[in-house]
Design a protein around this ligand. Structure first.
Ligand SMILES: *Cc1c(COP(=O)(O)O)cnc(C)c1O
Ligand SMILES: [Zn+2]
Length: 420
């Protein structure tokens, strides 16, 4: 038994040099300063069965046996996210020239309308077990929404740090929960640096910054997206996945989830493996640029453009995202603001899903990958929509609106040409 009860997690492992540490509030290696990741007992993972998972709740917690925080539901800090729709997207496929089955994993259906509820539920459940008394984060927007909401549900104080130029929807969706909200006059990377410094102060000793001092637990929550896609496909790994990248963490963890499902004997290894594709915006493309240049050197950028939730100029997991994409035989690309807006509208009219700018970015990149031949149009593909269009309504509000405007009379409707 650890502080995390019956969890299969056993230690923290350095992603750089492999040094192991006990499960605690630590995120960097003392030997090489590399990032730490949760390590599991392979035998414990192998004991998890499909039947156990199927009998579990319709949330990320059906995968508790594959997560670092244990099965005790009363110990959780959670909005019970997950089990979001996997939508067959034949109309989108036809529009962009995909012939194989195409699905959208629609994570806008989570409680605070982005995939971040998954990572926050795991991180804050760990934070509670580790004795933290205040919940915090450095956010590009969606994480702020989710941390503030989780803290409100748990009755724990929160302090959320955001860049001061965030979309109004994201600011309101955080502020409404009534925690402390700190708008920092700088970029996300400035906010993140400030939060790293704050974790070192006495005043913040009991504050869990979900994506800073307890980041290894936070990152594990992303695996549930991979588990869910495989379960929803009937316990199969899709041939191709297209995933948005900010820090690059989500992409690496979906890939890790697929590997774990095979190791745990929950899915058959696909004959031809799976290919992982990454999406960024033209205004913030440091990982995709490194891939295109064939280098491991990720040069930080100063982000611009409307895909603000993906605007991390110095991506913490960029190197691992590059590794996963190269190993799998996938690719990365980026889309400009005009392409992102077009893709939001294309996704909406072909699937009924209204995505935020991150989902527009991923859909736009899917389209480019098909056009450039990097993505196989005959293979099975899952594209991830990670956030809700209501959060970034400005992206399309000037472009769409009522088709007709009429006075409330039959005569007016007739004059408008709606009936003969
Ligand atoms: C945070 C976020 C991502 C990706 O995050 P990573 O840092 O790469 O894990 C993708 N989409 C949305 C909408 C997000 O908020
Ligand atoms: Zn190390």
């Amino acid at each position: 038994m650890t502080v995390f009860g019956d969890s299969p997690a056993r230690n923290l492992v350095c992603r750089g040099c492999g040094t192991k540490y006990p499960l605690a509030a630590q995120h960097a290696c003392y030997e090489c300063f590399g990032p730490l990741e949760v390590g599991y007992d392979a035998d414990a993972l192998a004991r998890v069965t499909r039947e156990q998972i199927a009998a579990g709740p319709k949330s990320i917690w059906r995968y508790a046996g594959l997560l670092p925080v244990g099965a005790d539901a009363s110990a959780r800090v959670t909005l019970d996210p997950g089990f979001t729709p996997l939508v067959r997207a034949d109309g989108l496929a036809a529009a962009i020239g995909v012939r194989g089955p195409l699905y959208v994993k629609d994570d806008s259906a989570n409680p605070t309308h982005s995939f971040k509820d998954r990572v926050v539920s795991v991180a804050l459940t760990a934070a509670r077990a580790l004795g933290f008394q205040r919940y915090a984060c450095a956010s590009t927007g969606n994480l702020a929404n989710s941390v503030a909401a989780h803290a409100a549900r748990a009755g724990v104080p929160s302090m959320v740090f955001i860049p001061s130029d965030l979309e109004p929807g994201k600011v309101v969706m955080t502020a409404v929960y009534d925690g402390d909200l700190v708008a920092v006059e700088g970029s996300y990377d400035d906010v993140n640096r400030l939060c790293s410094e704050l974790t070192e102060t006495d005043e913040f000793e009991k504050t869990a910054f979900v994506n800073v001092n307890i980041r290894p637990y936070y990152a594990e929550g992303s695996k549930t997206l991979g588990y869910e896609v495989a379960e929803q496909l009937g316990w199969r790994i899709p041939e191709q996945v297209v995933i948005p990248m900010a820090s690059g963490e989500l992409l690496t963890k979906v890939d890790k989830a697929f590997q774990e499902l095979i190791e745990a004997g929950l899915v058959e290894p696909p004959a031809n493996g799976w290919k992982v594709f990454g999406a960024q915006s033209a205004g913030c493309n440091p990982i995709a640029t490194a891939l295109h240049k064939g280098t491991d050197e990720i040069v930080p950028v100063k982000p611009t453009g409307i895909a603000k939730s993906l605007n991390i100029g110095d991506p913490a997991a960029g190197l691992y995202a590059l590794e996963a994409v190269r190993r799998s035989g996938g690719w990365m690309d980026y889309a400009d603001d005009g392409e992102i807006v077009d893709a939001i509208r294309l996704l909406a009219r072909t699937t009924g899903i209204f995505a935020e700018t991150a989902g527009g970015t991923t859909t736009a990149v899917l389209r480019k990958l098909v056009a450039s031949g990097k993505l196989d149009p005959d293979a099975e593909t899952v594209v991830f929509n990670t956030g809700d269009g209501l959060k970034t309504i400005d992206a399309v509000s000037g472009l769409v609106g009522p088709t007709y405007r009429v006075r409330p009379s039959l005569k007016a409707v007739r004059e408008a040409g709606l009936i003969d």
